[in-house]
Design a protein. Sequence first.
Length: 213
Amino acid sequence: MDQRDLKGNIIELQSNIYLLSIIGEVEGHEALGDRTKATKYEHILPSLAMVEENDKIDGLLILLNTVGGDVEAGLAIAEMISSVSKPSVSLVLGGGHSIGVPLAVSADYSFIVPSATMVIHPVRTNGTFIGVVQTYRNMEKTQDRITGFISSHSNISQQRLEQLMLDTSLLVKDVGTMLDGKQAVEEGLINEVGGISEALAKLHQMMDEQKQN
């Protein structure tokens, strides 16, 4: 019934809605291990361009269950999703952690199931860290890019995001905040608590409204 491409992340539904799943870790320029569930951004970007170009596609549904991953790759996907002219709805299932937060808010409208969580924390780096002023400034700029994107695509302020990122009272041995579905909506990160039926109903509504305009 459904037509699945070779990448496995995009499914074309009979209703002309494309389903994009972002599962596991967002893989960047370095390949992850064979045992790691990952979403490869070099597969997602061309597919999103195709969604924009294909006249048979009327809407985009994004399913998210990610622990985060590569910042540059995640932001690239988020920017692509936000620039698609066709209606888009995201649904957070399980988790939308770290770089998964901008991915969740990049759609035109966002849902989260009650049991899902979203973790907001400062930018981290892997490998050798050079402890000089320039390195810290670069990390601050990267963090500003993330918080700026999130605040411009949701109802939470950049100042409040930074407060949640630097909270020391919620995560053991770490800095940041974990929000469940209801809390994510209360903070203004996500538009609404709901599941697949609510997400599809909203997307169909948005698609009908666009056709009428």
